[in-house]
Design a protein around this ligand. Structure first.
Ligand code: SF4
Ligand code: SF4
Length: 456
């Protein structure tokens, strides 16, 4: 054998018959219109998980690939890592694993991924590794791998045991909290950076302080993502309307949850606890692009990679109509730059109902995620976000203190100076948040109950 021929590929140490499509070379001319950076969520086990959380929207995706083993092959892993590193123009690249449950692939799979990153990383390219897991399968070996490679590990915990176990159950319907906590504590013992992904649903929506304080104080969480559960009740057959399952968060309760946690957070936790929703919102008050796609004006820069190389417009749109192509035959940067993907991204902005266009907090909300836009506006127009009432209430409530934080940052200070401003206000003076109420009846109430106390 003297060299590669059709149907063969040369690897470093041998020539082998692949019987699989040969991965395309990088585009010689990177499309000029391709985004400089985009986010890929890779799902090496597709939707397959060892648990059976009742609200999980991934499990139903099994039907897309009937009879499939749902395991990412090594050839695809190689292609994926190479392409994702080739695709990003800046020095920083995030490689993100999700599921289903990605740890079902075994430690060896991610070790091979780490080797491939080292093989394909450009000089100066810095890779941040992240993985989202239910935590139940973690071992010392997993934690060592995460610690060695600086992973940020997201663990799904919905609050204290009774709230977590309301919907997060295994295949037999058994609670999972104890197993998740064991995995989380193992990560902490190995000094792995963790992020708690906490869904807000019908079971915990009315207990914001209990949930937040549990994550912050009992688990020592420093990174928290709050994710509203919105499940369409498709069985009802309605395509438009606000039919959701009984597990879904109520829009008003979602607003109250965010407001209550925000008020607790501004009293003592700014700069100490990172709450993704608040951080992303602050970016909007600063006029910066939000770090969270749901608040961005357009979509299109966060694609999902299935276990077989199929690339979809977004993790929330893993459906045939949103399949962009397969990265084994077309380079992912071309798929992300495709007219189909750009139309998907622009539709988020272009399909906003008049009610949103006239909304005072649109600069921060932008109609949130299109997957939740299935209710009617007060005028009867379609396409309003199911969570609208909650977001409107939260953004309106947060406005005064977001402005203050943004002002501090613009003048070279820090957002956490707002905590001092709140503490220093006279008790009978107007609250610095701009509510028009006396400080003692407004945010100073939260200072009194925060761990820092009213005196700082
Ligand atoms: S569809 Fe939703 S989750 Fe997907 S990119 Fe758009 S806003 Fe983000
Ligand atoms: S708060 Fe409601 S009306 Fe305003 S942009 Fe968001 S979804 Fe639209």
């Amino acid at each position: 054998m003297t060299g590669p021929t059709k149907g063969f590929v040369m690897t470093e140490s041998r020539v082998e018959l692949t019987r699989k499509p040969v991965s395309p070379p990088p585009p010689t001319n990177r499309p000029l219109t391709a985004p400089a950076q985009f986010h890929v969520l890779a799902k090496p086990t597709g939707p397959i998980c060892n648990l059976d959380c009742e609200y999980c929207f991934f499990l139903s995706k099994e039907a897309l690939y009937p009879g499939d083993r749902f395991r990412m092959a090594d050839e695809l892993l190689d292609t994926y890592i190479r392409q994702v590193l080739e695709s990003q123009e800046g020095p920083e690249v995030t490689i993100a694993w999700q599921g289903g449950e990605p740890t079902l692939m075994g430690v060896g799979f991610l070790r091979r991924a780490m080797d491939l990153v080292e093989r394909y990383r450009r000089p100066g390219q810095v890779v941040q590794h992240t993985i989202q897991t239910n935590g139940t399968l973690l071992t010392d070996e997993w934690c060592e791998l995460f610690a060695e490679n600086g992973f940020l590990v997201g663990v799904s915990i919905d609050g204290p045991a009774e709230m977590h176990d309301a919907y997060r159950v295994d295949k037999k319907g058994n609670p999972t909290f104890a197993k998740v906590l064991r995995g989380y504590e193992l990560l902490r013992r190995h000094n792995v950076d963790t992020n708690i992904l906490c869904t807000v649903n019908a079971a915990n929506q009315d207990h914001p302080l209990e949930v937040y304080r549990y994550l912050r104080d009992d688990l020592g969480a420093e990174f928290i993502q709050l994710i509203p559960i919105v499940e369409r009740d498709n069985e009802s057959g309605f395509q438009q309307g606000d039919q959701v399952t009984h597990r879904s968060v109520d829009p008003h309760a979602w607003g109250r949850f965010l407001i209550t946690v925000f008020d607790e957070w501004v009293a003592a936790d700014i700069g100490k606890v990172y709450v993704q929703t608040f951080d992303a919102s602050l970016a909007s008050w600063l006029g910066l692009p939000p770090s969270l796609c749901i608040f961005a004006e357009t979509c299109g820069n966060a694609v999902a990679l299935e276990h077989n190389g199929d690339l979809y417009s977004c993790d929330h749109f893993v459906e045939p109509a949103y399949l962009l192509g397969n990265i084994m035959t077309t380079h992912m940067v071309e798929l992300v730059d495709s007219p189909q993907q750009r139309a998907f991204g622009d539709a988020k902005r272009d399909s906003l109902p008049r009610y949103c266009l006239d909304c005072e907090v649109r600069f921060a909300c932008n109609g949130e995620c299109p997957k939740n836009r299935f209710t009617l506006t007060p005028d009867g127009d379609p396409g309003l976000n199911y969570l609208c009432a909650g977001y409107k209430a939260f953004f309106t409530h947060a406005d005064g203190l977001m402005r203050l934080m943004a002002d501090r940052l613009r003048s070279g200070g820090f957002a956490d100076e707002v905590m001092d401003i709140l503490r220093a206000a006279g008790r009978n003076a107007l609250c610095p948040c701009g509510s028009g109420r006396k400080a003692k009846h407004c945010h100073q109430r939260h200072l009194a109950t925060s761990p820092m106390g009213a005196g700082g």
